[in-house]
Design a protein around this ligand. Structure first.
Ligand code: AMP
Length: 399
């Protein structure tokens, strides 16, 4: 069974085609600059690569080009689109409507539309992608895999804010959490790698990339996570501030004369390690600047590691102990120095890294010291595979 996974952004579309017999990626690619001058499709199938610079005015055109690429006689991998049995979509926000992946229906579309106000930057594009697929591949089942779904198991004391309850009732203001597909994938994989049953297994998963979040997972269920109503809460990130006193927002709005949209833009796009270092939002640039003696770059790395460490401590308390700590995503998978910095002086909590074993990049590895009671793992995340698995399972069940 062939499953196509689609992740639609505002001006981009990422895709992967899986053969679910062996869970292998048959082809993958990226459409960039949709609706903008200079749009381009990059398609890869094994060692064959095709780059097409072509006008792509909208997502429908993008999806049709992806389909052309998949069946192209020269660099494609299928004879006909009829071979695609199902399509899985990454969708950002389901509010409180779904705690699992679901088969597309009118009700699901209604929910994604309703939740645009909670995910204004993503849900509209997710809808566009779904509708484009429906028009181009009518009759092929589509499945939605939500970024928020995994976190729906958080208890009320973890996900409600200290504001009057009627605002939760009226506007559904609460913590939702994101990167759920990634936290679900790596937490399950950690149990598997350590030969543990999911029941009774306590794990803290650190998804550290441009966007970063941590989740506390017990018995395979999320009990707390750092992101909130939106992805702005929690850790300091590439360009997001993370946690701060809400007065900082109103203070700066008054001083700088910002509108709500301007303030939103500022705290999402101009803060984090970019704002603090003044160097870049990319941790590679900040690590390089730190090595050259840039003090603000060092401060950004120090604060990033400090906040991650603080949440690890908090989540060990929430879980009443922990069996494993997982690092994933761009920074978590690749930066040995950041992992070491975060885990420094956590031996009181049973976490001790082995500096030699920690010298890994982008591959599964156990990096804790032999004597460390808590196992520390690097596990590359694979949200696309998780989406393909969910899609496959749901479509099989419906047969
Ligand atoms: P992601 O959002 O998961 O794609 O992660 C992207 C981020 O990972 C980049 O912005 C980098 O800051 C970081 N990253 C990727 N590779 C490395 C590396 N080798 N060393 C340090 N940071 C890295």
């Amino acid at each position: 069974m062939k499953v196509l996974v689609i992740n639609c952004g505002s001006s981009s579309l990422k895709y992967q085609l899986f053969d679910m017999e062996n869970e292998q990626v048959m082809a993958k690619g990226l459409v960039e600059r949709i609706g903008i001058l200079g749009s381009v499709l990059t398609h890869q199938a094994g060692d064959k690569k095709k780059i097409r610079e072509i006008k792509i005015p909208n997502h429908e055109k993008a999806v049709s080009l992806v389909m052309e690429a998949i069946i192209d006689p020269e660099y494609g991998v299928l004879k006909s689109m009829d071979e695609i049995a199902a399509i899985g979509h990454r969708v950002l926000h389901a509010g409180e409507d779904y705690s699992d992946s679901v088969l597309m229906s009118a009700d699901v579309m209604k929910s994604i539309r309703k939740n645009i106000e909670l995910g204004p930057l993503h849900n509209p594009h997710n809808i566009t992608g779904i509708e484009a697929c429906r028009r181009l591949l009518p009759g092929v089942p589509q499945v939605c895999v939500f970024d928020t779904a995994f976190h729906q198991t958080m208890p009320p004391e973890a996900c409600l804010y200290g504001i009057p309850y009627e605002y939760y009732q009226k506007y559904k203001i609460r913590k939702y959490g994101f990167h759920g597909t990634s936290h679900r994938f790596v937490s399950a994989r950690a149990a598997q790698l350590l030969g543990r049953a999911v029941e009774g297994f306590k794990v803290i998963t650190c998804h550290l990339g441009n966007g970063s979040s941590i989740a506390a997972v017990k018995d395979g269920q999320c009990v707390d996570t750092t992101m909130g109503l939106t992805p702005l809460e929690g850790l300091m990130m590439g360009t997001r501030s993370g946690d701060l006193d809400p007065t900082v927002v109103t203070f700066l709005m008054k001083k700088e004369g910002w509108s709500c949209d301007e303030a939103n833009d500022f705290f999402n796009k101009k803060c984090g390690v970019l704002g603090l270092s003044g160097v870049s939002s990319d941790f590679r640039d900040i690590e390089a600047a730190t090595a050259k003696g840039n003090k603000r770059a060092k401060l950004a790395l120090d604060r990033f590691a400090y906040v991650v460490k603080k949440y690890i401590g908090a989540y060990i308390a929430v879980l009443n102990g922990v069996d494993a700590l997982v690092f994933t995503a761009g920074l978590g998978e690749n930066s040995a120095s950041m992992r070491e910095k975060i885990c420094q002086d956590l031996d009181y909590l049973g976490i001790k890294i082995d500096p030699e074993k920690n010298k890994v990049r982008g591959q599964e590895a156990l990096v804790s010291a032999e004597a460390s009671p808590v196992k520390v793992l690097v596990i590359p995340t694979n949200e696309e595979l998780m989406i393909a698995r969910d899609t496959y399972e749901i479509v099989q069940e419906k047969k």
